[in-house]
Structure formats: C-alpha cells, structure tokens
Design a protein around this ligand. Structure first.
Ligand code: NAP
Length: 428
C-alpha cells in the first residue's frame, strides 16, 4: 500500500522530509507498513515553483491548495507553512475533507488547537504535532504513551533555543542582552522581529501544549503568564552566579492543590539542577512525576533534520494506523476538566534587585515591607553603594503569587526605591 502525502509549504522543515524518506526508507516502510510518497507540494507561486524545480527538487509543485485538499488519493496533509493564517483555514479544510493532518505549528496549535482537535475527532481523522514542542525531542509522544502509567506533577522546560543561546552567552561570556541578540540574529537563530522568542511567547505556546499532554488540561494561551529575558542585566547574571545559580528562561507547568499553574519566566536555577547545564540552542524538558521521579528529555529544539524527524514520526504513525484500521484516536487521550490554580496556592522563592538610597535604615524599611506580607529573607546582599544609591539584592523564602503582587506594589510605591528586577528562584 502507498500512502500519499500533500505538503503545505517547502521551507526549512518540509525540505528535510525527503532526506529521511530516502536515507531511512527501509525502517520507515517497516514501521508504517506502507510506502510513503510525497504526491504534491504547495508553494506560493510559479516563481517559487520554478526556483525549486531548477534547484533539482523533483516534486509535483502546485500553487492552489485545492489541488491537494480536493485530491481523494492524498491521505495525509502536512502543514509546514507556519503562522496562523492561512494555515488555520487550510488545516480546517483538510480535516473537513477527511484528511489526516500533521503540523509543527505551535503558534496555531496553542491558540486554535482546541477547535482543530475537536474537528479531527468529529471527522474520525488524526491531527498530530510532535514537532510543535521542542522540535527534535519526542516529548509529546513520551508524555502521551510512555508516561501513561505515571502521574506528572510538574514540567519545567528550556523550550526556546534562541533565548537559551542568548542567555548562555550572557551567563558564560558576560555578554549584554543587546550583543547576544545581535549575534543570534546574525547566526539566523533569531528573526528580525525577535519578540516571540525573547518575550517568552514561543515558550508559552509550548507550555499550553505541554499542559494538555502532561496534565490533560487544555488551558488558553492567555492563562500562561509570560515574562521574557529582555530586562535581564549583567548585574543580575553576576549576582546569580555569585549565589550559585544560573539564569534561564524556563517554562513551568505544575499542578498544585487548587489546579494547574503555567508560566514562562527568567528563573534562577541552582547550578546543580539538570536544566542549568542545557546550553546554546539546545532544549530540555524536565519532568517530575510520582513514578519515575525526575526525568529529563534533552535535544535540539529546532533545525531542519531534528524537526523533520518528529514530523516524519507523526506521518509514520498515521500511515500505520491507516493500515491497522484504527485511525482517528486523538494524539493525546488524557483529558479532564481544566482548573487553574489560585494565586495563593502558587509558591516559589523570589529574587528582588533594588536600587535604594545609600543611607542608614534602608534594609530595615525593606524588611518591614516584606514582613508585613509575612515573607522572610533567605539572603540579602548590598552591592555598589556609591554615596547616593546602593544596589540591594534579596532572595526570599517561599511566597505566593498574591504575596508577590502585594510586595511588588508596595516596593513600586516607595518613591526613593527603584525595583530593578524580580525573578523566580528554583530550589528548596
Ligand atoms: N525551523 C525549525 O527548526 C522549526 C522547529 C519547530 C517547529 N517549526 C515549525 O515548523 C513550521 C515551518 O517552519 P520552517 O522553519 O520550515 O518555516 P519556513 O522555512 O519559513 O518555511 C515555511 C515555508 O512555507 C511557505 N509558505 C508560507 N505561506 C504559504 C502559502 N500560503 N502557500 C504556500 N507556501 C507558503 C513559505 O514561503 P515564504 O518564505 O515565501 O513565505 C516558506 O517557504 C512552523 O510552524 C514552525 O513554527 C520549525
């Protein structure tokens, strides 16, 4: 049996698929119980079609999506165009036409996944998207299949390679945020508009998807608080190192007594935490669960071949199910009512960096503000007193989101205090 594939888009990831089908054909055919054939490829226009043909890509390139969606012989549509539209419309039409769909589009799945998953269920077809989280790391299928017997309590992840590359340069080589961003752009890791990567938006999309697979809860993108790395200063990086921490942008999804909490924020990781040594463009997902305990899944979060490997794994799984006659099972079968955690119930230690007047009694004023919220200090450092201002760093004991909001408000209300930064601190 030959399973025919229609590709939507032929950019970085899609053009990596033929490599795997050729170089690993025997194993793929054995796993899929069929031959896989790229029957048609959608490109934007004739210029692109001619360019690709001239470059030796011998495919049936089409410029009208209906040539794929209306082709009864095509079983699997693989969307690798990115962005929301027209990807959302094309996937919807493909599912409505009874086609199975594979995508790597985290932006779309995090914001419109609910409707697409539900449509796939109604139509009895597959909608798989392993590559949407951490590119080459097979984390979604691991959570959905290998960890079915285990109860996941927390997922922490270094989920954005661009920001991790930048943070690694800032931490290991003392670069400024601006220098790290410039190099990331020169190396092609960051786009000309880097907002999604550096402001934690891309990682928040992945946290939405991890919430489904790890905890069975479908949360909205707006339920993921996200803060990026653009405000981190060399002073923050240095003091973190002095205190035994590494700062990274971390996605954190955890179930507490009142429900699920999901956020992305710069986080002080103890140097000995496995995520602290995930450097450069690499990704890692650290899972805490009641059975295995702690496990970490590490690998390339992006790149042509790693991402195409995850995409082809989805294609193979669909082909196998088509052969076995059990297509239509959801990618993730674990689903339960969504319940978000209460702010009083989400707790962590925090780092505060402040600029205060360089005169007596300022630490006492700070202690009074924190004490009024019933929060105590774990460590206090006074740095860089210059006769006018002093930089004070505080690491607290655990406090809740409610206490964090109250303390932040009170600190900001002090006219002679400047709250420079506050970050979550992981650890006992
Ligand atoms: N690259 C990675 O490492 C990676 C990792 C994980 C997930 N992903 C996801 O994988 C998807 C593809 O990423 P990519 O890096 O391969 O992107 P890409 O290199 O930009 O490729 C996308 C291709 O689709 C084409 N395209 C866009 N709209 C189209 C339309 N309406 N009709 C036909 N073709 C269209 C684009 O053409 P133009 O260039 O002319 O617009 C481009 O050639 C995205 O959802 C991305 O988030 C990528």
């Amino acid at each position: 049996m030959t399973i025919k594939i229609g590709l939507l888009g032929f950019g970085t990831v899609a053009s990596g698929i033929p490599f795997l089908l050729t170089e690993n054909g025997e194993k793929i055919e054995a796993a899929a119980h069929s031959d896989l054939e790229i029957a048609k490829v959608l490109v934007k226009d004739d210029d692109e079609k001619n360019r690709l043909l001239a470059a030796g890509n011998n495919y049936n390139f089409v410029t009208n999506v209906d040539e794929i969606l209306g082709d009864a012989d095509i079983d699997i549509v693989v969307e690798l165009m990115g962005r929301i539209e027209p990807a959302r419309t094309f996937i919807t039409k493909a599912l409505e036409a009874g086609k199975n769909v594979v995508s790597a589009n985290k932006d779309l799945i995090a914001t419109h996944g609910k409707e697409l998953i539900s449509l796939a269920q109604d139509k009895g077809v597959a909608f798989y998207y392993e590559a949407a989280v951490a590119g080459g790391i097979p984390i979604l299928r691991t959570l959905a299949n290998s960890l079915t017997s285990d109860k996941v309590t927390r997922i922490l992840g270094v989920l954005n390679g661009t920001s991790n590359f930048m943070m690694t340069k800032m931490v290991d080589e003392g670069w400024t945020y601006e220098a790290a961003l410039k190099t990331a752009q020169e190396l092609g890791y960051a786009e000309s508009d880097p907002t999604n990567d550096v402001e934690g938006i891309d990682a928040a999309y992945k946290a939405v998807i991890l919430s489904q697979f790890g905890f069975g809860m479908t949360i909205d993108f707006d339920d993921v608080a996200h803060k990026g790395i653009s405000n981190i200063t060399p002073d923050d990086v240095t003091v973190a190192q002095e205190l035994g921490y590494v700062i990274k942008l971390v996605g954190d999804v955890q179930e507490v007594a009142s429900g699920l909490s999901a956020e992305v924020s710069p986080t002080f990781l103890p140097k000995e935490h496995p995520l602290a040594s995930v450097n450069g463009v690499m990704n890692a997902v650290f899972v805490e669960s009641i059975g295995i305990g702690e496990s970490m899944y590490y690998g390339p979060g992006a790149g042509q071949k790693p991402t195409a490997t995850s995409v082809v794994a989805d294609i193979v799984r669909i082909a196998r199910r088509l052969n076995d006659g059990n297509i239509g099972k959801p990618f993730n079968e674990f689903s339960r009512p969504t319940q978000l955690a209460q702010p009083d119930d989400i707790k962590a230690k925090y780092y505060f960096a402040l600029s205060v007047p360089d005169r007596k009694g300022q630490i006492l004023r700070l202690a009074e503000i924190f004490n009024a919220e019933d929060v105590s200090f774990e460590q206090v450092l006074q740095q860089k007193a210059n006769g006018t201002t002093a930089r004070v760093v505080i690491i607290t004991h655990e406090l809740s989101k409610t206490q964090l909001a109250n303390i932040t408000e009170k600190l900001q209300a002090q006219v002679d205090f400047d709250l420079l930064n506050s970050f979550k601190v992981l650890g006992e």
